[in-house]
Ligand binder design. Structure first.
Ligand SMILES: *[C@@H]1O[C@H](CO)[C@@H](O)[C@H](O)[C@H]1NC(C)=O
Ligand SMILES: *[C@@H]1O[C@H](CO)[C@@H](O)[C@H](O)[C@H]1NC(C)=O
Ligand SMILES: *[C@@H]1O[C@H](CO)[C@@H](O)[C@H](O)[C@H]1NC(C)=O
Ligand SMILES: *[C@@H]1O[C@H](CO)[C@@H](O)[C@H](O)[C@H]1NC(C)=O
Ligand SMILES: *[C@@H]1O[C@H](CO)[C@@H](O)[C@H](O)[C@H]1NC(C)=O
Ligand SMILES: *[C@@H]1O[C@H](CO)[C@@H](O)[C@H](O)[C@H]1NC(C)=O
Ligand SMILES: *[C@@H]1O[C@H](CO)[C@@H](O)[C@H](O)[C@H]1NC(C)=O
Length: 493
């Protein structure tokens, strides 16, 4: 008896004290089974001032059984300041009635300016069958670093990532204390929030570092009325003003010392090409590594480092001189899903830290799709002697056929373009001495479980990426014709 009481006290102490810097959670439905049971994958991050702290989300309602768990795993750490960890829980529920899950406990870090001391965050998981997509809802997808820094004297915008895999409208708001969405939810006076999830910081006049707790709720709204159907047949209509699910997004805004210049690239780092644009959508098939190149500069600082938030198994590499990469190799459990990665560049000027703008990308993971060369040897594209082609547009190439309703694996044959016969079994391309490059015919095998009808964008992206990888200019345009032919067009030089 004595022992178990002691153990309980020890466990509780893990969630006391002033160590918290926010949390977030997203979910994906996994499977709906014949017996009506459904499974859902919850991904969450918790932020503390040290990796030695942790806390558990507590599920209430139709929670079923936890069938798979990834224990909290470190994503990123700034020693002495914060540590972000990710956990993944799969739950098998007896039916598709949703549930609510809550994280609540001790204290945010010391000196929080907007009167928030306890932490509390709530996720509403909606899993009833949606009439528009014929499957359960997926939550908005986003992530955030534990702390973002702004100098007190510069106006700054923070454009949060708000991506919805179902195509819903995503809106942000501050949590409501009366709905127990945080404890309490008092918004920071220095920020204003737009429903499109941009925060703008108005300069203050502070000469010491002041942390604020930012406690947002992100919700997805259907673009037209939909019906949600429960396993037992009960239905509910959601109109465009009814939120389907809600997720929390909580972090710390650190308002720091004034900076001598608010210009990006001096004290405040800025991103340079080839860093992807904010909110860019990237694509990678399962089991392949996506390398995101990132380049940042801050000419008035001594060093610049990269801080990120994303899946726990993203690998960060620093190549020096402000060059970095983030590499992610999604596994089959992430097939068909989209996952966010956000990052900031942090500069150190005489021990004062400055952040660039927040930048986020969304990475969509291919299902089981892959494209490979038709032959195991040799390049997909080979350049042969120039051929005479109509010098005027269209600079069009017929590349092959995709069946309208593909079986799981499809092998596509070569469709040679009209003139002249192509001798190579692979491909022929011509490059007139001073003209654009023509691809005459391409022998490509496409194996996919994607549907041509509904996933044509994904298929086009795959084909395009492959062609660019094989040497075509990145300006090519790829189209799928209704006749199931692939057309590649290059921009005129
Ligand atoms: C959860 O686990 C219990 C005990 O193993 C089992 O009886 C029950 O059927 C499980 N629930 C679901 C939804 O699989
Ligand atoms: C969900 O709804 C779609 C049509 O709206 C239907 O085809 C599908 O079978 C439903 N799924 C379940 C599990 O009820
Ligand atoms: C900051 O506030 C002080 C006193 O409130 C004032 O004297 C000073 O001019 C202010 N500075 C700026 C940049 O607003
Ligand atoms: C950083 O990247 C840029 C462009 O990619 C390149 O020109 C530069 O040489 C790189 N510097 C280092 C040190 O790798
Ligand atoms: C920041 O720069 C100062 C020198 O200006 C250095 O002493 C300190 O170690 C740096 N800190 C980090 C975390 O890079
Ligand atoms: C992706 O694969 C899963 C599992 O094989 C399947 O249920 C789903 O329908 C596929 N999605 C698409 C878009 O093909
Ligand atoms: C494409 O989507 C529609 C509506 O969501 C669905 O009815 C149809 O079956 C899908 N087609 C394929 C080939 O998956």
């Amino acid at each position: 008896m004595m022992l178990s009481v002691l153990l309980l006290l020890l466990l509780v102490s893990g969630s006391q004290g002033s160590h918290f810097l926010g949390t977030m959670m997203t979910y994906y439905p996994k499977e709906t089974n014949a017996d009506g049971s459904v499974s859902v994958i919850l991904r969450y991050k918790v932020n503390f001032d040290s990796c030695s702290y942790n806390d558990q989300w507590v599920c209430g309602g139709n929670c079923g059984n936890e069938t798979q768990t990834l224990a909290l795993t470190k994503v990123e750490e700034v020693t002495g300041e914060w540590c972000q960890s990710e956990g993944i829980i799969t739950r098998l529920l007896p039916n598709n009635t949703g549930f609510e899950t809550v994280l609540a406990g001790g204290g945010w870090i010391n000196n929080i300016q907007n009167g928030v001391s306890s932490w509390r965050a709530v996720t509403d998981v909606e899993l009833r069958n949606r009439s528009d997509i014929g499957k359960p809802n997926t939550s908005p997808q986003t992530t955030i670093l534990p702390a973002l820094r702004v100098p007190s004297n510069c106006p700054r915008n923070i454009d949060l990532l708000a991506f919805d895999p179902d195509g819903d409208t995503v809106k942000c708001r501050y949590g409501n204390t009366s709905d127990s969405e945080c404890n309490p939810c008092t918004p920071p006076s220095v920020l204003s929030l737009s429903p499109s999830c941009s925060l703008s910081f108005s300069p203050t006049n502070s000469s010491t570092e002041l942390p604020y707790a930012v406690q947002l709720v992100m919700e997805d709204f259907p673009t037209q009325s939909i019906t949600l159907t429960q396993t037992n047949g009960l239905q509910e209509v959601k109109t465009t003003i009814d939120a389907i699910s809600k997720i929390p997004l909580q972090f710390v805004l650190k308002v720091g010392l004034p900076v001598p210049s608010c210009t990006d690239g001096l004290y405040l780092p800025r991103f340079l090409s080839p860093t992807p644009d904010n909110r860019a959508q990237l694509y990678i098939p399962v089991n392949q590594a996506l390398e995101i190149p990132i380049r940042a500069e801050a000419t008035a600082s001594q060093s610049t480092e990269l801080l990120y938030s994303g899946p726990y198994n993203v690998v960060k590499t620093s190549w020096g001189s402000g060059n970095f990469s983030l590499t992610w190799r999604p596994s089959v459990t992430e097939a068909g899903q989209s996952h966010p990665i956000c990052f900031v560049a942090q500069a150190n000027v005489s021990g004062t830290f400055y952040h660039s703008d927040l930048r986020c990308v969304i990475v969509t993971v291919g299902n089981t799709t892959f494209i490979e060369d038709a032959s195991t040897a040799g390049p997909l594209l080979t350049t042969t002697t120039p051929m005479t082609l109509p010098a005027t547009p269209p600079l069009v190439t017929t590349v092959g056929t995709v069946p309208a309703t593909p079986p799981p694996v499809t092998t596509l044959g070569t469709v040679p373009a009209t003139p002249p016969p192509v001798t190579s079994p692979m491909i022929a391309a011509t490059t007139p001495a001073s003209g654009p490059q023509y691809v005459i015919a391409l022998n490509m095998k496409i194996s996919t479980t994607l549907s041509l009808e509904n996933d044509s964008d994904t298929i086009i992206t795959l084909i395009k990426n492959k062609l660019i990888e094989k040497g075509l200019p990145s300006t090519i345009t790829v189209r799928l014709l209704s006749s199931s032919q692939v057309v590649v067009t290059t921009a005129r030089p």
